[in-house]
Each structure stands twice: as C-alpha cells, then as structure tokens.
Design a protein around this ligand. Structure first.
Ligand code: ZN
Length: 204
C-alpha cells in the first residue's frame, strides 16, 4: 500500500540539523504512527513520504518554511520576573503561556537580574532539518481517525515518544468514552481551555 492522505504510516526516524546533530529520533523506542494528510507532521516530510510504501527509506532535507517555520524575533520578549510570582525559573524551562493565539509553549532563554527573556518560537523554527525515515508499515486509517485527524493506536493517542515541547492538545472536545488526545504537532489556535489527555485524564 502506498502512502496517501488518510493512510496511517509507522515510521522510525532520525532528525538532525544541517550539521548532523541528532535532534530527535525513535531509535530505541516504538515506531511512531502518523495519520497522513492532517498536518500531523511537517509539510516537507509529509510530501516526501507520499507515494512511498512499507520498506522504503526516505532521506530528505527540509527547509524551515516547510518544517517548523522561520523564527519570529517578536516572539522573543523580556518579562519582569515579578510576573512569575515567585515561580522558580531556570534557563531552558518551558511552560504554556496565554497569548493572543491561545496557549503556546514558551521557553526561558535567559535571566538577567529581574528580567526574564522568553522565546515563543518553536525550538526548531528557523532550522533546516534532515530526516532519515524508515517506513515500517502503512495501513488505511479508520473513519474515526480521519474524523479526529489523528491516529488511534494500540496505546491510544499519546502513545510513545512524547516531545517535551509543543505537545499540545487537539483543541477538539471529544465526548466519546475513550477521551482521546490529539497527539502531536497541533497548530490550531482556538483551543482555549483544552488540556491534553497525557496530562489530565478528567473524564466526565
Ligand atoms: Zn481521536
């Protein structure tokens, strides 16, 4: 079966920057399952996977505009430390902040006296990424996967290989019994009060 929209592909992958430094990999973990055609992975990688099949290896260089976007200098801001109300802050900490575009992950870049420099850019924004992907399996997505826009694997939505950043909820209220989460790499901006099921299993 060839990869098209509305197939689910299982992949092992290594992502490096242009210099070959490994940024992320499934090495040593379960393969990652992705529903294709629903913006669950960066466009440049999705395009490269189209038409491939089980057993194929894809080696692709993806420019920033086809990966996590360019960096926006205006997303780097200086905030008075008092705004954090005594929270312990360390460089490299990340947390969700309320912004004009909903809750977005921001990272503490620098602490200068009473000023905290935070960066709301995706950590991989502005970077050219090299993906080496082995296609482990390809299957047709189920109707409910297509409806939800994400994979419902054996381990549920949040299976395997969590990223510590950018792992946001799907922004859709699922009122079915499974209460499934979106998984990853979600870019909706209308999720005001949704929590990811990885963190909050608050079934009604
Ligand atoms: Zn779902």
């Amino acid at each position: 079966m060839k990869i098209t929209s509305n197939t689910v592909v299982s992949i092992d992958y290594i992502v490096t920057d242009e210099n070959g430094q490994v940024l992320d990999t499934t090495n040593g973990q379960d393969a990652m399952e992705v529903l294709i055609g629903h913006s669950n992975i960066v466009p440049g990688l999705e395009d490269a996977l189209m038409g491939k099949e089980k057993g194929d290896r894809v080696d692709v260089l993806v420019q920033p505009d086809r990966a996590y976007g360019i960096r926006h200098p205006e997303l780097i801001q200086e905030i008075d430390i008092n705004m954090f109300e005594g929270m312990e802050l360390n460089v490299g900490d990340s947390f969700l902040a309320d912004t004009d575009m909903g809750k977005k992950p921001i990272v503490v870049k620098e602490i200068k006296g009473n000023t905290v420099v935070v960066d709301g850019n995706h950590p991989l924004a502005g970077m050219t990424l090299k993906f080496l992907v082995d296609i482990i399996d390809v299957r047709q997505a189920t109707d409910s996967e297509i409806e939800h826009g994400h994979v419902h694997g054996a381990h549920g939505c949040c299976h395997g290989h969590d990223h510590e950043d950018g792992h946001e909820c799907c922004g859709k209220h699922h009122h079915d019994e499974d209460h499934e989460c979106c998984g990853r790499h979600h870019h909706d901006h209308d999720d005001d009060d949704h929590e990811c099921c990885c963190h909050h299993h608050d079934h009604e």
